[in-house]
Design a protein around this ligand. Structure first.
Ligand code: E4P
Length: 214
C-alpha cells in the first residue's frame, strides 16, 4: 500500500515528502479553502512539481458538463493531475467522457461496494471509499475496503482503491491488510506513523547506557 497525503498545505507536504514515503497527494474543497495565500490552480501545480506523483484536485460543478469542463482545465495544469469527481450519476457521465480523453479520475465520496464498482465501470482510475465517515455513523469502514478489494480482484478490475477519511494508525494498518492500493492520510496521522512507546523507551535506554560508560 502506498501513502498519499490528504492536504493542500505546502509545509505539511514538504515535511512528509522529505521522509521519502509520499507517492501522491489528495485535496478536496474543504482542504483547499484553508489555504488563503494562493489560488487553487497555482497550489496544485506547486504540489505536482514537488511530489512528482498523482495529485487529486476536485471539481466543484454538480452537472456533468461543468465537471467535464473543469476536469479538462485541471488536467491541462500538469501531467500529474487527477480529476476528483463526486460519486453521482452526473459524476459518472463526466468520468466516462474524461476517461475517453485519457484524463485520469478519482471518484470520491464512495460509501458502498456498488458505488465503487459503478465508478470503476465508468472508467475511474481511482475510487476513494471514506473509512472514518462510515465509522462515524456506526458502520465498519475497513470492512468496505476489504469488500471492494475482493470484488475488484474477482472481476479483474484495475481501478485502484484509495482508502480515504483516515483518522488513526489503526485505519492505516487495516487498510493495508484489507487490500487498499493507497491510503491518503492527514498530516497528523502521518506524523504518528513513526511512534511507539517502546521505541522511545529503547532510545532512552541506549543513550543512558552509552553515557554511563563515558
Ligand atoms: C479524500 O480524498 C478526502 O479528501 C478525505 O480523506 C476526507 O476525509 P475526512 O472525512 O476526514 O474529511
Amino acid at each position: 500500500m502506498k501513502y498519499f497525503i490528504d492536504t493542500a498545505n505546502m509545509d505539511e507536504i514538504k515535511e512528509i515528502h522529505e521522509w521519502g514515503v509520499l507517492s501522491g497527494v489528495t485535496t478536496n474543497p474543504s482542504l483547499v479553502a484553508k489555504e488563503k495565500d494562493i489560488s487553487f490552480h497555482e497550489r496544485l501545480v506547486e504540489i505536482c512539481e514537488l511530489v512528482e506523483g498523482p495529485v487529486s484536485g476536485e471539481v466543484i460543478s454538480l452537472d456533468a458538463e461543468g465537471m467535464i469542463e473543469e476536469g479538462r482545465e485541471l488536467a491541462k495544469l500538469h501531467e500529474h493531475i487527477i480529476v476528483k469527481i463526486p460519486m453521482t450519476g452526473e459524476g459518472m457521465k463526466a468520468v466516462n467522457v474524461l476517461a475517453s480523453e485519457g484524463i485520469k479520475t478519482n471518484v470520491t465520496l464512495v460509501f458502498n461496494t456498488v458505488q465503487a464498482l459503478t465508478a470503476a465501470r465508468a472508467g475511474a482510475t481511482y475510487v476513494s471509499p471514506f473509512i472514518g465517515r462510515l465509522d462515524d455513523i456506526g458502520l465498519e469502514g475497513l470492512q468496505l475496503i476489504e469488500d471492494i478489494s475482493v470484488i475488484f480482484a474477482l472481476h479483474g478490475i484495475e481501478t485502484e482503491i484509495i482508502a480515504a477519511s483516515i483518522r488513526n494508525e489503526g485505519h492505516v494498518h487495516g487498510a493495508a491488510l484489507k487490500g487498499a492500493h493507497i491510503a491518503t492520510l492527514p498530516y497528523k496521522v502521518l506524523k504518528k506513523l513513526t511512534d511507539h512507546p517502546l521505541t522511545d523507551k529503547g532510545i532512552d535506554q541506549f543513550l543512558n547506557d552509552w553515557n554511563k560508560d563515558k
